[in-house]
Ligand binder design. Structure first.
Ligand code: NAP
Length: 489
């Protein structure tokens, strides 16, 4: 279906094992963020399409649960292998659809397949317990799937998140309805094609469309009791409300971050300048939930780190995301571009010091599309918008601190608590920081890495629940407690 370089592409969505148009015939256009040309069209699913998909998932679920975890794992491994075979095709589509640079996105396709393999490998870990609650009886727990799971994913890593979205629920014996992002929906169609060819009909349904009505209809569907959402805090809160209005549902949320990187004075300023840039993920235009967008520097190293960092940021090569030499591409969509620009304007208005960027880069190739220079502000203070709100763009805010207390207060001064990065050579300082910083995922002398098997997720408004480990798999099951009584007396 999706042949390389055959743009604009026209895709279908997966319902009940078939690639179909929306019942209404409506479509969404996906725009190339590099030049605003049309990249492709996808169906815009209506509430009627959601009903069809959920009905198909309900029909498929009992047999999917019956075949057992090992057989389910085998299906998922087959899907992972098929995805790897089409890695080049997916990669090109992802790079063009997201604007993220090809050198970084190359890892995403592999990680999408690796995630499927990882959860396939956990298939036999769906264990219950035997509990010695009394000496006369046998007490045990069974883990049972919810039934149909709804998952909604954001735009920054579409194939990786879509693959992740189906993996743990399927292994746990559920069937799934997934909504990919509106701005970068094309790779999901390819995943849909692979699922159609490999999985029993109805086990995975992929519905392209807007948050409203598609995402909302999934959340509110009475047959979906388990929902997992990855995206922004405001949408996460809207989903919690919609879920509560439509039933008693189990909702987990992977939301935004305003993540601190705290550098202590015993660190080499050159190293901190290097990791301060790397942690910002400029090659994804900062569009990564775990980006360390707040750089908290001790006053002894502040000036030298800033000087070195500004030299390095000026060398970042902004260019077409398909060019392997590019180190930063365009922002994902017009709406997002305008929002990031408004945050930069607020930074200027509120008195932060713009040290680099903030503008569209010069040059003919950047006249169209959602291009922005990498942007650095220093002299940012806790009350400013730049200090409090997630930008999810290529904007780094630098703070200066004097005492540890100030550093910890600054680190904890937002509503977010997703990741944090702590840099010191002193183990006692590191331990104090780890205890004091309220974030769900902390790197000491590192940033950005994810490791299978280690739970990822946020504290405070950054989320509810943990993913990427055994806990995620088990979160797609309900516990049934059984007491064998009379006959054992
Ligand atoms: P978003 O605007 O919250 O959208 C996320 C998804 O929700 C999209 O598929 C969106 O559809 C859908 N949606 C919007 N309104 C909805 C509603 N009322 N009901 C159901 N679904 C709805 O987030 P985004 O801009 O795509 O992504 C950026 C955000 O995701 C950032 O805050 C980032 O930090 C966060 N994020 C978190 C993690 C994590 O693991 N913690 C990972 C990646 C990203 P449309 O596309 O049609 O709007």
């Amino acid at each position: 279906m999706l042949k390389k370089q055959n743009y604009p592409v026209s895709t279908k969505m997966l319902i009940d094992g078939e690639l179909v148009a929306s019942e209404s015939g409506a479509e969404l256009v996906s725009t190339d963020p590099a030049d605003e040309s049309e990249l492709g069209r996808v169906p815009a699913a209506t509430a009627a399409d959601v009903n069809r998909a959920v009905a198909a998932a309900e029909r498929a679920q009992p047999e999917w649960a019956r075949i057992g975890p090992v057989a389910r794992g085998a299906y998922l491994r087959k899907l992972a292998a098929a995805l790897r075979e089409r890695a080049d095709e997916v990669l090109e589509l992802e790079v063009r659809d997201t604007g993220n640079t090809i050198t970084k996105m190359a890892a995403d396709v592999g990680q999408a397949a690796d995630t499927m393999d990882y959860f396939a490998g956990l298939a036999t870990e769906l264990k219950g317990e035997t509990i010695p609650a009394s000496s006369e009886h046998l007490h045990l727990t069974l883990r049972e799937p919810y039934g149909v799971v709804g998952r909604i994913v954001p735009f920054n890593h579409p194939i990786k998140f879509a693959a992740h979205a189906i993996s743990a629920p399927l292994i746990a014996g559920n069937t799934v309805v997934v909504k990919p992002p509106e701005q970068s929906p094309l790779s999901a169609a390819l995943l849909g094609e692979l699922c159609r060819d490999i999985l029993p009909a109805g086990c995975v349904n992929i519905l392209t469309g807007n948050g409203m009505p598609t995402g909302d209809a999934i959340v509110r569907h009475p047959s979906i009791k388990r929902i997992a959402f990855t995206g922004s805090v405001p949408t996460g809160r809207a989903i919690q409300m919609a879920a509560a209005e439509s039933g008693v549902k189990n909702v987990t949320l992977e939301l935004g971050g305003k993540n601190p990187l705290i550098a202590f004075p015993d660190m080499d300023p050159a190293k901190i300048a290097e990791v301060g840039l790397a942690g910002m993920n400029f090659s994804w235009q900062g569009q990564s939930c775990g980006s360390t967008s707040r750089l908290l520097l001790h006053e002894d190293i502040h000036d030298e780190v800033v000087e070195r960092l500004l030299e390095a940021v000026a060398r970042i090569r902004v260019g077409h995301p398909l060019d392997p030499a590019s180190q930063m591409g365009p922002l994902n969509s017009r709406r997002h571009y305008e929002r990031v620009q408004s945050m930069i304007a607020k930074g200027n208005e509120e008195g932060a010091r713009l040290r680099f960027g903030g503008q569209r880069p010069p040059g003919k190739e950047f006249e169209r599309g959602y291009w922005l220079q990498p942007t650095v502000f220093s002299d940012v203070e806790a009350g400013m918008t730049l200090a409090r709100e997630e930008i999810f763009g290529p904007v780094l805010s630098i703070f200066k601190w004097r005492t540890e207390e100030e550093a910890f207060d600054l680190a904890n001064s937002t509503e977010y608590g997703l990741t944090a990065s702590i840099w010191t050579n002193d183990i006692k300082t590191a331990m104090r920081a780890v205890r004091r910083v309220k974030s769900g995922y902390i790197w000491v002398n590192g940033a950005s890495g994810h490791f299978y098997g280690t739970p990822f997720g946020g504290m405070k408004s950054s989320g509810i629940g943990r993913e990427e480990g055994l806990g995620e798999l088990l979160s797609y099951t309900e516990t049934k407690t059984v007491h064998f009584m009379g006959a054992f007396a």
